[in-house]
Design a protein around this ligand. Structure first.
Ligand SMILES: O=C(O)COP(=O)(O)O
Ligand SMILES: [Mg+2]
Length: 221
C-alpha cells in the first residue's frame, strides 16, 4: 500500500446535522403554510444536496414545487440554516479523536459532501472541525456525488492524487460515487442511509467511528 488519503462524507457520517436541517426546513414549510416534518422524515430527505432536499420536502407535504420555484426556496432555506448552523448538530462519538489520530499519522483528510459548499464551511467552522481537512468540496460542484469526479476533485484539491485513497460515507450515493472513482468504501451504519446499511454494498460496515482505523486496514489488505 502506498501513502494513504481518506475522504469523508459529512452529513450522517461525521456529524448528525439533521436537527438543524429540520429546524431550517420547518421554518420554511411553516412560512409556506405546509406541515412540519419529523426528524426521521428529514433524515430520509438528506443526501443529494439542498435542491433535492427542498423538492423531496415539497413532495411529501403537498403539491410538488414548481421547477422554477425550487431555487428561491433553497435560498430561503439556506438563509434559515445559516442563522442556526449548529445549534443542535453534534459530531458523532469518536470522530474528533479518530481525525486527530489519522492526521497525526500524516494522512491527508478531505470532505466530499453534497451539502452546499458555503453552508458546509459555516457548519465545519461552528463545530471546530475545519482544521482537520486539507480540502472540502461541497455539492455545488457540477459533477457531484454519485459522480466519482466529485471525490477525485476533492483528492486533487487535497494534493493527494497519487495516494491510495479510501472513501467513508453513510448512503448509497456515497457507495456509488466511491465505486465510480474506483475507491474502496467504508460505510457507517448509524447515518441517513434510507435502506438497511447492510444493503449499501460497501466493502465494510462499521457501527462506531472508532472502528475506522482497523476497517481501513482491512479494505486495503
Ligand atoms: O446535505 C446533503 O444533502 C448531503 O450531505 P452529505 O453528502 O454530506 O451526506
Ligand atoms: Mg451523508
Amino acid at each position: 500500500m502506498g501513502a494513504l488519503a481518506v475522504v469523508f462524507d459529512l452529513d450522517g457520517t461525521l456529524i448528525d446535522s439533521a436537527p438543524d436541517v429540520r429546524a431550517a426546513l420547518n421554518r420554511l414549510l411553516a412560512e409556506e403554510g405546509r406541515r412540519q416534518l419529523s426528524l426521521p422524515e428529514v433524515q430520509e430527505l438528506v443526501g443529494e444536496g439542498a435542491s433535492a432536499l427542498i423538492e423531496r420536502a415539497w413532495a411529501v407535504t403537498g403539491d410538488a414545487a414548481a421547477e422554477t420555484g425550487v431555487k428561491p426556496l433553497v435560498e430561503r432555506y439556506l438563509a434559515h440554516y445559516r442563522a442556526h448552523p449548529a445549534d443542535h448538530t453534534h459530531v458523532y462519538d469518536g470522530v474528533v479523536a479518530e481525525l486527530e489520530r489519522l492526521r497525526a499519522a500524516g494522512i491527508p483528510l478531505g470532505i466530499c459532501t453534497n451539502k452546499p459548499h458555503r453552508m458546509t464551511e459555516i457548519v465545519l467552522d461552528a463545530l471546530g472541525l475545519a482544521k482537520h481537512f486539507a480540502a472540502v468540496l461541497g455539492g455545488d460542484f457540477p459533477r457531484r456525488k454519485p459522480d466519482g469526479e466529485h471525490i477525485r476533485e476533492t483528492l486533487r484539491r487535497m494534493g493527494a492524487e497519487g495516494r491510495t485513497a479510501v472513501y467513508v460515507g453513510d448512503s448509497i450515493t456515497d457507495v456509488r460515487a466511491a465505486r465510480d472513482a474506483g475507491l474502496p468504501v467504508v460505510a457507517v451504519s448509524y447515518g441517513y442511509a434510507r435502506m438497511p446499511p447492510e444493503d449499501l454494498g460497501a466493502d465494510i460496515l462499521i457501527d462506531r467511528f472508532a472502528d475506522l482505523g482497523p476497517a481501513i486496514a482491512k479494505v486495503l489488505a
